[in-house]
Ligand binder design. Structure first.
Ligand SMILES: [Zn+2]
Length: 333
């Protein structure tokens, strides 16, 4: 199995956190060594466990779960898109070098995605090229920068650069909309995250961005593409009925599903079946959101338990699709 959606958080000190933000920079309080906290300035942001920052513990857990390889990316809190570009660029270099370090002892098992200062396209493109030269496998981006969605011209230019550079892109929802109406129950994670991802995919489709981006762009959306698969019929219907929906999008929205991938992190066999049907079995990649509580607790179980898919499909989702997406050489077994 290859898990392509997993997070890490480096053991950043309070001093290092000031590279990004003098008062509210993110850092790690490792607590008793087994469980600690992600901190922002002096505030506890989230309780976390050792596997998030310790590669040795991560590898033990991967062994126990039967995961041969894991693609890791930063926790979205680390993006820094709200900061001045030079500061965010220095921060991205720091976090990316720590990501490379996290994977260094097991280069066949752990491979990192980079983060970039996405608020500045030139700086983001430079960091992608630097990351690639340092052996990073691809890039993770947040699904928006402030008010700008992925169809923003500067962000489309960044995606085109990633295609040229041969760097695959994982799009992760973050900085969720409508938080003032969702103060409780983790509703931003349950309602706004899937909506954010839906918004990103539709912004690329309906703006016609996929018409301008090269087919060589490899782009994958987290959490099964959020609400996308379930609502695609609604979008196609709107495209057929209303000229304001199809104004910039020459083909039916559903015809663009061959331009992107999604991960399998949907927690329900019925949802996974729908996802495979809508996206095609070649475009669903095994991803767990490890090691967070909203991740898959028994990695691979969902795919193994889903009825009506054959062994070949399981193998593609659990492994082969990721090898192809990331351009990795496959080994048997
Ligand atoms: Zn995630």
């Amino acid at each position: 199995m290859i898990d392509m959606h997993a997070h890490f958080f480096p053991p950043l000190s309070p001093t290092q956190s000031r590279v990004l933000d003098a008062e509210r920079g993110p850092w790690l309080d490792p607590g008793d060594g087994e469980s600690g906290f992600i901190m922002t300035g002096t505030e506890r942001f989230r309780p976390v466990r050792r596997a998030l920052w310790d590669p040795a513990r991560r590898l033990e857990e991967l062994d126990a779960a039967g995961i041969e390889r894991q693609i890791i990316c930063a926790t979205p809190l680390l993006f820094g898109y709200g900061q001045p570009p030079e500061r965010a660029a220095e921060w991205a270099r720091l976090v990316n070098d720590l990501a490379v370090e996290h994977c260094a002892d097991a280069p066949e098992r752990l491979q990192p995605l980079a983060q970039v200062p996405l608020q500045d396209t030139d700086a983001a493109c430079r960091e992608v090229s630097r990351a690639k030269a340092n052996g990073m496998l691809g890039v993770q981006i947040g699904n928006h920068v402030g008010e700008r969605n992925l169809d923003d011209e500067a962000l489309v230019a960044f995606l085109a650069h990633c295609a040229d550079a041969g760097m695959p892109v994982l799009v992760h929802p973050w900085d969720m909309l409508g938080r003032e109406r969702m103060p409780r129950y983790m509703l931003p994670w349950l309602v706004a995250m899937p909506a954010e991802t839906q918004l990103s995919i539709l912004s690329l489709i309906l703006s016609g961005a996929f018409e301008r981006l090269p087919r060589s762009l490899r782009i994958c959306f987290a959490h099964g593409g959020g609400s996308f698969a379930f609502l695609l019929g609604r979008v196609d219907n709107a495209w057929r009925q209303r000229d304001i929906v199809r104004r910039d999008c020459p083909q039916p929205p559903s015809s663009y599903v061959d331009r992107f991938h999604v991960d399998s992190c949907v927690f329900d066999t019925r949802a996974l079946r729908l996802l495979i049907e809508v996206m095609g079995e070649e475009r669903v990649l095994f991803g767990t959101d490890y090691p967070f509580p909203l991740g898959e607790s028994e990695p691979g179980q969902l795919i193994r338990d889903t009825p009506g898919i054959d062994e070949g499909t399981r193998r593609r989702i659990l492994r082969d699709n990721a090898l192809r997406f990331f351009g990795l050489a496959g080994t048997d077994g």
